[in-house]
Write a protein that binds this ligand. Structure first.
Ligand code: TYM
Length: 332
């Protein structure tokens, strides 16, 4: 079966509704037809310099949220990035095949570096996309389910992969395709519906999966809309209402067209009250499942141990192939 790899950074106690709708629901849907591997990108999370004990805790909580969202350890390989040392090893090889200018053009890097200044910006933040390329290429992944914000990182991954194949032989690595589902690939901030809903936003525009559902309901009800007072999906002119419709559709399985018809002659308030209820109905059992997974750390450890073993089998084979192709002398 064709292989899929993806991951999220355990940078916060909770994932966001954007992570869930844009990525996690796709991960779950792909489990039946692909050989799926999903990781906690803890090495990537080090770029924000987390407090050590919190990083460990967040890595577990991220796993619990993957499971609560429907990732099934019987069908998917779940592992922690740092448990597979080949990620860091391949990243070095790839960094020697990546242009400095090429890496400098990454918009996420430029945005983050602009906020942190030259001294606050680490080399790790700069080489972040190279590590991400290693994550993907190690598993010969054919598709990578992510949200729109990761598109450029997938492009550089493809460029690096093609370069390796040109230099070292066409089958050195598999060139991956992004799997980005347009309708849900970018969930927007509720207060600023032209910006991505993000973990780093500090305002009231983010829905956190592990926040009190009442807080989330309130945030939906105070979402920014527009003055037209017509419920209609039109992201260009009605970003706020369109975002609410996207979220409503993703959480209930109803189509946007169906929702437009139902709310055609109703006020925004109706839409918000009903969506707030759908959000609470989703979050409440989700959080119960997260709590139940977190209450059994031994079981989480078993999932991770099995996942790491499976991941390492694949990763070590790929790394040995790449080491050989680039001319490293084998240890005998
Ligand atoms: P991260 O942790 O920022 O986000 C995890 C996933 O959630 C998606 N996402 C969104 N989708 C829709 N709307 C939003 N508002 C939204 N916010 C986040 C992201 O696109 C992502 O799919 N670099 C990656 C983690 C990573 C990775 C990898 C991914 C490390 N190695 C290898 C794929 C393959 C990141 O920071 O995602």
């Amino acid at each position: 079966r064709p292989r899929i790899l993806s991951g999220m950074q355990p940078t916060d106690d909770s994932l966001t509704l954007g992570n869930y709708i844009g990525a996690l629901t796709q991960w779950v849907a792909l489990q039946d037809s692909y050989d799926t591997l999903y990781m906690m990108a803890d090495l990537h999370a080090l770029t924000v310099n987390p407090e050590p004990a919190r990083l460990r805790e967040r890595t577990r909580r991220t796993l619990a949220q993957y499971l609560a969202g429907g990732v099934d350890p019987e069908r998917s390989t779940l592992f922690v990035q740092s448990h597979v040392p080949e990620h860091a090893e391949l990243a070095w090889i790839l960094s020697c095949q990546t242009g400095f200018g090429e890496a400098s053009r990454m918009t996420q890097f430029k945005d983050k570096a602009a906020k942190q200044g030259t001294d606050g910006t680490t080399v790790g933040l700069f080489t972040y996309p190279v590590l991400m390329a290693a994550d993907i290429l190690l598993y010969d992944a054919e598709r990578v389910p992510v949200g729109e914000d990761q598109r450029q990182h997938l492009e550089i991954t493809r460029d690096i992969a093609e370069r390796l194949n040109t230099r070292f032989g066409h089958d050195t690595v598999v060139v991956p395709e992004p799997h980005i589902v347009k309708a849900v690939a970018k969930i927007y901030d509720l207060q600023e519906p032209t910006s991505k809903m993000s973990k780093s936003a500090t305002g009231k525009g983010t829905i956190w999966l592990l926040d009190d559902p009442k807080v989330s309901a309130k945030r939906i009800k105070s979402a920014v809309t527009d003055d037209e007072a017509v419920v209609r999906y039109d992201p260009a002119t009605k970003p706020g209402v369109s975002n609410l419709l996207t979220i409503f559709s993703a959480l209930t399985g109803r189509t946007v067209a169906d929702l437009e018809t139902e709310y055609a002659d109703k006020q925004y308030g109706h839409l918000k009250v009903d969506l707030a209820e759908a959000v609470v109905e989703f979050l409440t059992p989700f959080q119960e499942r997260v709590d139940s997974y977190l209450s059994d750390p031994a079981e989480l450890d078993r999932v991770l141990a099995a996942g790491a073993q499976k991941a390492r089998e694949i990763a070590s084979t790929t790394l040995a192939r790449v080491y050989d192709r680039v001319g490293l002398l084998p240890a005998s």
